[in-house]
Design a protein around this ligand. Structure first.
Ligand code: UD1
Ligand code: UDP
Length: 363
């Protein structure tokens, strides 16, 4: 059996890393196809280096561009590769344009598709990610749902039960596999002059936030209020998209907010673990905060990770006046919730189910 692991962005590299490691461990034949959706060193190569991943066999170097054009370039490039280096199963992870293109290309060639992190729903069709994940789920053959909630969403949409497997989320595998290395190896707190629990960590990159002057301005003004009230710095490793839009909108980074370059995974895990509170619009960061037992606020109006809110690890704070109110609440909150995303064996479970399916198909 041969797998093609398709990835293209920072979170996909991180969340696919346990699958890649598991393939190596089990001697499963695979190759990595990188779309090149992310390409800056700090959004791409640094993760291959830190996670000791083999280089991609193919890199399409698609880069940035309008949604449709970017997806179309990927679709056509992926199809060409799948035709000449045909795998038995294609694996995609999450909800990016890379996922949509990878799943579509495989579907048209009648290649089986495994969707890692299936069944997440924000119920907000204006998000490109929602369209991507719905389409990927509906054309997949193996749907690896992180939780019972995501399994239910899939069943409600008519996806047959036998295609759905609850595995947990591979972000738990990645966090557990790298936390100790991060704690002993990374020195980001020292470098930034920070003490544990005496700072907040923030990220924001979501299109609906950073492409709107009002929402991005609202986030920065929320940070300013937080700094005035709590006197703790907000460390903000910013996605290149966010830096670009702060410039384009001519927004001022307020006092107390430290905008820094994106961090490597080991450094970012350390920053998250030591934070008093995490403010984010990232999907992966909401999950990690929950896993690392650090209170989180989501700078959005909804989340496709309701489990984090249900266990008391996360509040939906929006991008305006609610930010300060949520910060007051979360800073007082305990951290004794259960991680809803599994035991850290999601990659192993996903591969096990693919192998079983493949073996059945051979007979
Ligand atoms: C994409 C995903 C989003 C995911 C995020 C992870 C889609 C629709 N969106 O959003 O779901 O949460 O990745 O981070 O697939 N840029 C660089 N260097 C890079 C990559 C991007 O400078 O390596 C800048 C470019 O200005 C680019 C912008 O970031 O135009 C947006 O990049 P893009 O990949 O289109 O979307 P993301 O915002 O990264
Ligand atoms: N991350 C990182 N460095 C940073 C910010 C985030 O390594 O400076 C990691 C983080 O640990 C998480 C992933 O990137 O695993 C989340 O990716 P992102 O927020 O870009 O995308 P999303 O999860 O929202 O799709």
């Amino acid at each position: 059996m041969k797998l093609a692991i398709i990835l293209g962005t920072r979170p996909e590299i991180i969340k696919m890393s346990p699958i890649i490691r598991e393939c190596e461990k089990q001697g499963i034949e695979y190759y990595i196809l990188h779309t090149g959706q992310h390409y800056s060193y700090e959004m791409d190569k640094i993760f291959f280096e830190q996670l000791k991943l083999p280089q991609a066999k193919y890199n399409l170097d698609v880069g940035s561009g309008p949604q449709g054009k970017q997806t179309a370039k990927m679709l056509s490039g992926i199809e060409e590769i799948l035709v000449k280096d045909r795998p038995d199963v294609v694996l995609v992870q999450g909800d990016t344009n890379t996922v949509l293109a990878g799943a579509l290309a495989a579907s048209k060639l009648h290649i089986k598709i495994g969707h890692v992190e299936a069944g997440l729903r924000s119920f907000d069709r204006t998000m490109p990610e929602e369209t991507n994940r719905i389409i990927a789920d509906h054309i997949s053959d193996y749907l690896f749902a992180p939780t019972e909630t995501s399994r239910k969403y899939l069943l409600n949409e008519g996806i047959p039960e036998e295609k759905i497997f609850i595995t947990g989320n591979t972000i738990v595998d990645a966090a557990y596999q790298n936390l100790e290395i991060s704690r002993s190896g990374a020195d980001v707190l020292e470098k930034l002059g920070l003490k544990e629990k005496e700072y907040f960590a923030a990220t924001a990159h979501r299109a609906e936030n950073v492409d709107s002057k009002e929402r991005l301005g609202g986030i920065l003004s929320g940070f300013s209020q937080i700094y005035r009230e709590f006197g703790l710095p907000i460390i903000f490793p910013a996605h290149p998209r966010t830096v670009k839009m702060i410039g384009e909108f001519d927004l001022k980074v307020p006092e107390g907010t430290r905008l820094i370059e994106p961090l490597g995974y080991l450094e970012f895990l350390q920053l998250e673990s030591g934070a008093r509170l995490i403010l984010t619009d990232s999907g992966g960061v909401q999950e990690e905060a929950c896993i690392l037992k650090v209170p989180c606020m989501t700078l959005r109006d909804n989340t496709e990770r309701p489990e984090t809110v249900e266990v008391g690890a996360n509040l939906i704070a929006g991008c305006g006046e609610k930010i300060i109110k949520c910060a007051r609440k979360m800073i007082e909150s305990g951290c004794d919730w259960e991680n809803p995303y599994g035991n850290g064996n999601a990659a192993e479970l996903a591969l096990q189910n693919i192998i079983i399916g493949y073996n059945i198909a051979q007979y």
